[in-house]
Design a protein around this ligand. Structure first.
Ligand code: HEC
Ligand SMILES: [Cu+2]
Length: 382
């Protein structure tokens, strides 16, 4: 069904298959053209002058030249203008590539010596293969279980480091159905060269078929909810009732969190990940530093799921409970991003942190706080 596409208008170049591929190539050829122009110009001038002014008479002295303001200004201004056009082109390409659009469909990527593990929001998992629809913005949220890797699809002209202990993102919009090479572009050990695969760009209808033809299992959101409520027992502290030891995570995503010490941080993927692995590094104002670390108990894929779950609660406001609600994104309708709204509400229905300064009963001042039935009332003992 798929042909490997390696035809291109420049023989050894990979095909252009993303919206910004032509921009990257354009900039690249512009640089090549400037380099070629000056290299050829200088070498030609050199040869010409060497011949023209070759020694004709022994011990002749040359004419003295005392500078020329006009000439010097000119050869300063022209390179300046050329350098600025290169800068502008680079800035435009960079801006387009590294500012992730809001309406992208999200895919989670975990690198590992020596493979790529990918998961769709509808639950389908892939290894060393990625299926995406053509003409849709796709955002990859990436991390690694071990060492540094780098996700690189030459035909899309984009790549991004995949860094231990962090989330990095990369986005693209494929423009042509086909099968394109995927590489790891950061030396990562013995089998680094074999760490690659294929990206399959499909028409939307084929992609929908592909999604529904693959067992989806749990979606990241469902897996995250399961971990949160059952497997890891997060809900015993975070169920959201009064007298809970930890705050509600509903509506947390993308809000500004006030920390002990006066700092404010944005509750993004990175923050949530860090809250689970290093809870004591960022203590939320009004709470005790009693959350245990889950380092070593959760895999990167489970962390991704927990983040996806907390994110899915983001836009639901303070009336939601942590049980039963949340995304039901198990459908395979081919529209995964619409089942996972990206919350943009700056406060997300969350309590303003200024109301949470009473440390013994966080959330008690919220009239909408659902009663906590899953857990008998507990008090801090300190
Ligand atoms: C023993 C009770 C307890 C458990 C269990 C617990 N937490 Fe926490 N958690 C807290 C407390 C208390 C805080 C606030 C203090 C802090 O920032 O460390 C907190 C903070 C957080 C924050 C930052 C919240 C905010 O409002 O900014 C997140 C996210 C979080 N926890 C997620 C989890 C997840 C996910 C789990 C399960 C893997 C979990 N917690 C398990 C008590 C707990
Ligand atoms: Cu690698």
């Amino acid at each position: 069904m798929f042909m490997q596409q390696n035809s291109s208008w420049v023989p050894i170049f990979p095909e252009q298959a993303s919206t910004f591929a032509w921009q990257v190539d354009g900039l690249y050829f512009y640089l090549l053209a400037i380099t070629a122009f000056f290299t050829i110009g200088i070498v030609a001038a050199l040869i010409f002058l060497v011949i023209k002014y070759r020694e004709k008479e022994k011990y002749a002295t040359g004419a003295e030249i005392h500078g020329s303001i006009g000439l010097e200004t000119l050869w300063s201004i022209i390179p300046f203008i050329i350098a600025m056009t290169v800068f502008l082109g680079g800035a435009i390409v960079y801006y387009n590539q590294y500012r992730t659009p809001k309406d992208a469909m999200e895919i989670y990527v975990v690198g590992k010596q020596w493979m790529w593990k990918l998961q769709h929001q509808t639950g389908q998992r892939e290894i060393n293969e990625l299926h995406v629809p053509v003409g849709r913005k796709v955002k990859l949220t990436m991390t690694t279980e071990d060492v540094l890797h780098d996700f690189f699809v030459p035909a899309f002209r984009t790549k991004m480091d995949v860094v231990p202990g962090r989330y990095t993102t990369l986005w693209f919009e494929a423009t042509k159905p086909g099968k394109y090479r995927l590489f790891c572009a950061e030396y990562c050990g013995l089998n680094h060269s074999g760490m690659g695969g294929w990206v399959y760009v499909m028409e939307q209808r084929d992609f929908d078929n592909w999604l529904s033809g693959n067992v989806s299992g749990q979606t990241p959101v469902e897996a995250g909810r399961d971990l949160f409520e059952n497997k890891l027992g997060c809900a015993s502290c975070h169920a959201g009732g009064p007298q809970q030891r930890g705050g509600k995570v509903e509506g947390l995503y993308n809000t500004d969190v006030k920390l002990v010490g006066g700092q404010t941080v944005k509750a993004d993927d990175e923050y949530i990940r860090n809250s689970i692995l290093n809870p004591s590094s960022q203590i939320v104002e009004g709470y005790q530093p009693i959350m245990p670390t889950f380092k070593g108990q959760v895999t990167e894929e489970q962390l991704v799921s927990l983040v996806a779950y907390i994110k899915s609660l983001g836009s639901e406001g303070s009336g939601a409970t942590s049980t039963g609600s949340g995304s039901t994104g198990s459908g395979t309708s081919g529209s995964p991003s619409s089942s996972m709204p990206n919350p943009t509400n700056p406060n997300g229905g969350r309590l303003p942190t200024s109301q949470l300064t009473n440390s013994s009963v966080p959330g008690a001042s919220n009239p909408n706080a659902p009663g906590n039935t899953s857990e008998p009332t507990r008090r801090e003992n300190r």
